[in-house]
Write a protein that binds this ligand. Structure first.
Ligand code: GTP
Length: 182
C-alpha cells in the first residue's frame, strides 16, 4: 500500500511506537493505519500496576475527522513528530491546538520526537521541541521505535503526570489510563 509521506502526520512512527511499547517489536514494513487500532498494556510504575488502553489513530489526512472519537475519552495523548521532518513538527502544533480546543480538560499531553536513530539527518532541533513542550506544559522525549530508545520513559512519564492530575488511581488496575495517539 502506498504511504503518503508528508501528508498530515502519517509515517512519523505512531504505530511503531505502540508496537515497540506493547510487543517490544519493530516492523520495517509496517502498513499505514486504517481508521484506528486499539491495544492494551499493563505496566508497573513504582509499586503499582497501570493499565494503558491505547488508541493509535491513522495519520493520513482522510482519517483526521475520526480522531475526536478517540481523544475525547482519553486521559492522555501522545503527539508524535518525526525529527527528520520539519513539516511533521508543524502538524504536531496543529494537533496540540485541536486538543486544547476540543480535547478533554486537563488531558495529559506528551510529545514524542521519533526516529532519533536518524539524528544525522535531523531537521528539528531538540531545543525547539523542549521550548515548545515547556510552553504548553507537555512532556517531551526523543524516541526511536526502531532502536527501542526512550519508549518506556515516554509512557512512564505519562503515568507520573496522570497520577498528579489524578487521572489514574494508585490502587492497581482499578482505573485504566485511556490514551490516544492522534
Ligand atoms: N528509522 C526509523 N524508522 C522508523 C521509526 N519508527 C517508525 N519508522 C518507520 O517509519 C515508517 C512509518 O511508521 P508507522 O509506525 O507506520 O507510522 P505511523 O505514524 O503510524 O503512520 P500512519 O499509520 O500512516 O499514521 C515505517 O517504515 C517504519 O518502519 C524509528 O524510530 N526509526
Amino acid at each position: 500500500m502506498p504511504r503518503l509521506e508528508g501528508e498530515g502526520d502519517t509515517g512519523v512512527g505512531k504505530s511503531s511506537i505502540v508496537c515497540r511499547f506493547v510487543q517490544d517489536h519493530f516492523d520495517h514494513n509496517i502498513s499505514p493505519t486504517i481508521g484506528a487500532s486499539f491495544m492494551t498494556k499493563t505496566v508497573p510504575c513504582g509499586n503499582e500496576l497501570h493499565k494503558f488502553l491505547i488508541w493509535d489513530t491513522a495519520g493520513q489526512e482522510r482519517f483526521h475527522s475520526l480522531a475526536p472519537m478517540y481523544y475525547r475519552g482519553s486521559a492522555a495523548a501522545v503527539i508524535v513528530y518525526d525529527i527528520t521532518k520539519q513539516d511533521s513538527f508543524h502538524t504536531l502544533k496543529k494537533w496540540v491546538k485541536e486538543l486544547k480546543e476540543h480535547g478533554p480538560e486537563n488531558i495529559v499531553m506528551a510529545i514524542a520526537g521519533n526516529k532519533c536513530d536518524l539524528s544525522d539527518i535531523r531537521e528539528v532541533p531538540l531545543k525547539d521541541a523542549k521550548e515548545y513542550a515547556e510552553s504548553i506544559g507537555a512532556v517531551v522525549v526523543e524516541t526511536s521505535a526502531k532502536n527501542a530508545i526512550n519508549i518506556e520513559e515516554l509512557f512512564q512519564g505519562i503515568i507520573k503526570i496522570a497520577l498528579v492530575k489524578k487521572h489514574v488511581s494508585t490502587r492497581p488496575r482499578t482505573r485504566p489510563l485511556a490514551m490516544c495517539i492522534p
